[in-house]
Write a protein that binds this ligand. Sequence first.
Ligand code: IMP
Length: 177
Amino acid sequence: MPPQSKLKVLVDREEISKTVGRLAFEINRDYRGKEPLLIGILKGSFVFMADLIRHLDLPLEIDFIKVSSYGSGDESSGKVRIVQGLKTPIRGRDVLVIEDIVDTGITVSFLLDYLRKKKPATLRLCALTHKPSRCQVPVPIDYLGLTIPDGFVVGYGLDLNERFRHLPEICVLESEK
Ligand code: IMP
């Protein structure tokens, strides 16, 4: 943790659980009769994805893609790289991308363009959190969990320099006055 900062709970376990349940309800409803491929963006989405899929009553498959946009610390480098690609062909599939947080929008926008070129039948985005105040590239989020204020958040999969992913709540890092 940076010196002089403390963690404050922004989204508690109950609100996370209700949000995941609502998103799962919408996805179950919209993908009825389909066999979607859920693609989690590593590493941040792994906790959210693990909870979400256990609420889904669909013959789904999962895969992961790893991108890097942040170097170290809490500022995006703005350059997105695919560090680990997909194992599953997506041509003709109903693809649902699972993201933990949409901040500037640069990462998901790059990734959606990349996936679209592979000609899936449908391509949608589910994001647990969104910080609209930070938006640089507008991205339509088909399934949105929570809108959160600007501020760096950690927990429930989200990290700062690889720490805090294990926290069960979403917390904001606040500097102590
Ligand atoms: P974007 O490209 O700026 O939208 O950033 C997306 C990626 O940056 C996310 O997948 C996260 O890995 C990371 N990120 C953005 N904001 C935060 C934050 O507040 N806490 C932790 N990671 C973040």
